[in-house]
Design a protein around this ligand. Structure first.
Ligand SMILES: O=C(O)CCC(=O)C(=O)O
Ligand SMILES: [Fe+2]
Length: 302
């Protein structure tokens, strides 16, 4: 486990420890950092490499070919786009291959290049996410099965490609933000770029071949009334090599209303957020350019 005083994101080994120890480590990481890395997570290396290779290949194709490959059919579960829906003043220098939430997916619609890597990776990552959220909620003495099921129902996935960038005003691959859902699990390649904000400083999440990054999202902050805070993060580009990441987002369904649990409210800790439908929260978050943790203002009680 990383040193709390240090500048390294804590690493949680999912093997070789009792569940109580595991829950404690995760609880400390959530409380003090809002982000941690997991090793021995059980995702086969071959599956990771398959998806990374497919992503490199896909993004090396001309943009119009990329679009043609994934968007020709209206019910395709995939879409490919540059930047974000709302960019604001500065562009986010990335291209994303996005997998829609719980599509009634006809796998045959996916191009062969991506079909097996995406489907297999996504399925395995879903069970890793369920396992992690279970330990997070168990560590909070909540009904772990119930809450982990509720907070992983909506699953989306983004394969991000950050091209090398020489213009300094485009140095952001992704501007500072917190994720809108409950948890995000990220697979990085070997290229640095992801940073998290801790006590006012930006800290690199140095890529480790064997690790995935787990980030606490806004819905957990709301549910726990600020006990666990969502992590602000950003991606910076570099001038030389492209970077690939795969971000898997887990969240409640769009009809679920998320509000602080009574357990986390007390005289000394008054209610910080009002309840809101996750779908409304999401639409509001997507309607604004990324700006730190401002997405939480949507339901903050001041
Ligand atoms: O590329 C990364 O490492 C993180 C991506 C991310 O933060 C996001 O897609 O929300
Ligand atoms: Fe993010």
């Amino acid at each position: 486990m990383g040193d709390d005083q240090g500048k390294t994101v804590p690493v949680v080994d999912l093997s070789c420890q009792s569940r109580t120890q595991l829950q404690q480590q995760i609880a400390i990481a959530c409380l003090e950092w809002g982000v941690f890395e997991i090793v021995n997570h059980g995702m086969p290396i071959a599956l990771q490499n398959q998806l990374k290779n497919a992503a490199h290949h896909f993004f090396s194709l001309p943009p119009e070919v990329q679009v043609e490959l994934v968007q020709t059919h209206p019910s395709s579960p995939l879409s490919v786009f540059a930047g974000l829906r709302n960019e604001g003043e500065f562009r986010n220098r990335k291209r994303t291959l996005g997998f829609k939430p719980n599509p009634s997916m006809d796998v045959k619609l996916l191009p062969c290049l991506l079909r097996d890597p995406i489907v297999n990776f996504r399925e395995k990552m879903g069970s890793i996410a369920y396992g992690i959220t279970k330990e997070i909620f168990a560590g909070l003495q909540l009904n772990a099965d119930l809450f982990s099921t509720a907070h992983t129902r909506r699953q989306t996935m983004a394969v991000n490609y950050y091209p090398p960038c020489t213009e300094s005003k485009f140095s952001y691959g992704l501007r500072p933000h917190s994720d809108l859902g409950s948890i995000t699990i990220v697979m990085q390649d070997e290229v640095k770029g992801l940073q998290i904000k801790r006590r006012g400083d930006w800290i690199d999440v140095i890529p480790r071949k064997d690790a995935f990054v787990v980030m606490i999202g806004d819905q957990i902050e709301i549910l726990t009334n600020g006990r666990y805070r969502s992590i602000e993060h950003r991606v910076i580009t570099n001038k030389i090599v492209p970077r690939i990441s795969v971000a898997c987002f887990y969240a409640p369904t769009e009809d679920d209303v998320i509000e602080p649990l009574q357990k986390f409210v007390s005289k000394g800790c008054p209610v910080l957020y009002k309840g809101s439908k996750f779908g409304d929260y999401l639409n509001h978050g997507f309607s604004k350019p990324l700006n730190g943790k401002s997405s939480l203002m949507y339901c903050a009680i001041n």
